[in-house]
Write a protein of this length. Structure first.
Length: 277
């Protein structure tokens, strides 16, 4: 069972670097997120267990003492190991100087993963952030100091991690993913994907499970729901129009699928996401 503790901030007094949200997750076996994009920087640090992180064509196998950075508007996917799922802390942040500060400690688009030996200090800093859960002026200053402390701890002992070498068989998966990304708005099915890459459904399923940890159907559904959520947050399209824009021919089926993935109906998600924006 997943244990998750989240703190989200809204009132911001600072612009160079500021905390957006933070959390602590004890992930369930095989728990995954994405493929999806984030509106801000999001850094995960693994306290125990292991998992994998995908960004573009690069795949990283990561474990305790290591972490990964998600960049704004860059599609990523990550998943906990099935036998030894990871527990991690995470910090979402942004600001005019965020990119420069990340570069200063060696984190870039080319090197988005790292390792650091100060696990206890990083964890305590995030737990302190979680406890600092009011919008009082004093706590806004405290949150600001804590995000800088987090960077300070990382800067003491940080090194990048080399991506796992991709195998030749992953070429089928790459082509399949590209097909999904280009055609998710159409009513495509797994058979269409398999036909496009010229392999049978069974082999496609085996490859997806091996390289992405999910089935082709799960990947397609995750991709569609991620884009649907973005449309719900950023547009005033009707629920039916959002469904059709994401490849669903039946709005009721879309609503049921959305609730299964997101834990709430599309209309409820739209309302709550705009209240916290």
């Amino acid at each position: 069972m997943e244990a998750s503790y989240i703190h989200q901030t809204s009132d911001r007094k600072f612009s160079d670097l500021y905390l957006c949200y933070c959390g602590y997750d004890e992930c369930a076996s095989g728990h995954s997120f994405g493929p999806a994009v984030r509106p801000n920087y999001l850094l995960h640090y693994i306290l125990k267990g292991k998992g994998q992180y995908h960004i573009g064509e690069k795949r990283y196998h990561l474990s305790a003492g290591q972490g990964f950075l998600i960049f704004p508007q860059i599609q990523t996917f990550y998943q906990a190991d099935t036998s030894d799922p990871w527990t991690y802390i995470w910090v979402g942040f942004d600001g005019n100087s965020a990119r420069q500060y990340l570069q200063d400690i060696g984190l870039t688009r080319q090197h988005p993963t790292f390792q650091c030996s100060y696990a206890d200090e990083l964890k305590q800093t995030v737990l302190h952030m979680l406890n600092n859960n009011t919008s009082a002026v004093m706590n806004q200053f405290l949150s600001e100091s804590l995000i800088y402390s987090f960077f300070s701890i990382l800067s003491r002992d940080i090194s990048t991690v080399i991506p796992t070498q991709l195998e030749e068989g992953n070429l089928y998966v790459r082509r399949a993913v590209e097909f999904i990304q280009d055609n998710y708005s159409l009513p495509i099915h797994v058979t269409d994907i398999a036909n496009y890459v010229c392999i049978n459904r069974s082999y496609l399923y085996t490859l997806f499970r091996k390289y992405l940890g999910v089935s082709p159907q799960e990947y397609l559904a995750n991709y569609r729901i991620t884009h649907a959520a973005e449309l719900l947050r950023l547009t005033d399209l009707s629920i039916e129009s959002v469904a059709f824009s994401c490849g669903y021919t039946d709005a009721l089926v879309f609503s049921k699928t959305f609730k299964t993935h997101m834990g709430q109906t599309p209309s409820r998600y739209r309302k709550e996401s705009r209240q916290t924006a």
